[in-house]
Design a protein around this ligand. Structure first.
Ligand code: ATP
Ligand code: MG
Length: 233
């Protein structure tokens, strides 16, 4: 069945019309990357899918409409957002962060997550606020898994992290993909997008201006130069 389908999505912050007809499709089991400059509307797209922003348009997941549903019901349909700010409880330890997010019946228990994230296991009793940026990102992803999502929305998971940690996160995303998770990934790093995504969508000023495969992305230097910040292209 088709995973996520977003059609003609518009979103507003007060009177500011930020998304102006976004179309994105994430087939079940695939990873799609959304690229774009700062302020292009990437986070707003993920927040609109989760029902966190005033939006109009069609969003369906596994054939069912999400339009107008409150966020907790959207989460209940099997969608989890790992936000830019990572949304972890800094004063709780790693195990506590996972335990309070755990949803009964999920195959992703805190122990199961620890197998996938050995570096978190080593920090099991550390306050989350004392973890490195990379460890905090892994904890945020592990927390999202506790709800047993079928679709993961990841907002710039590699931002600000050292290259060796970025490589580690790429491996992790590939591992989640191989376990059947559908992923919509927002990224500014083309290298990361190329490594994990099946298709790519470039967002500029609230519209998708280009979509294509990894091969076509690599041969579209003109598109990248036009719509992305040079350092990332
Ligand atoms: N809470 C808000 N209130 C008003 N305007 C906002 C708010 N959040 C974002 N915006 C504006 O909406 C537009 C899109 O922002 P958004 O955060 O979706 O961009 P982004 O592509 O995620 O950028 P970045 O790469 O910096 O994270 C920007 O012009 C931004 O200034
Ligand atoms: Mg953003």
């Amino acid at each position: 069945m088709t995973g996520l389908v977003v059609r003609d999505l518009h979103a507003w912050y007060d009177k500011s019309h930020v998304l102006q007809g976004v179309d994105v499709e994430v087939p079940t089991g695939q990873t799609v990357a959304i690229l774009g400059r700062n302020g292009a509307g990437k986070t707003t797209t993920l927040r609109s899918i989760m029902g966190l922003v005033r939006a109009q348009g069609t969003v369906t997941f596994e054939g069912q409409s999400l339009s107008g549903l409150p966020t907790h019901e959207i989460a209940g349909r099997g969608i989890a957002l790992v936000p830019e700010n990572r949304a972890i409880f800094t004063t709780l330890d790693v195990r506590e962060n996972l335990t309070i997010a755990y949803r009964k019946g999920s195959p992703w228990t805190p122990d199961a997550a620890a197998e996938l994230f050995p570096s978190l296991r080593k920090r099991w009793k550390s306050a989350a606020g004392r973890l490195s940026g990379g460890e905090q990102q892994m904890l945020a992803i592990a927390r999202a898994l506790m709800t047993n999502p079928r679709l993961l929305l990841l907002d710039e998971p590699t931002e600000g992290l050292a290259p060796v940690i970025v490589d580690h996160l790429v491996e992790l995303m590939l591992s989640l993909k191989s376990r059947g998770l559908t992923i919509l990934l927002v990224e500014q790093s083309i290298q990361v997008c190329r490594a994990v995504a099946d298709t790519h969508a470039i967002l500029d000023e609230g519209c998708v201006v280009w979509t294509g495969t990894t091969a076509s992305l690599s041969s579209s230097a003109d598109v990248l130069a036009r719509h992305l910040t040079l350092e990332n292209a």
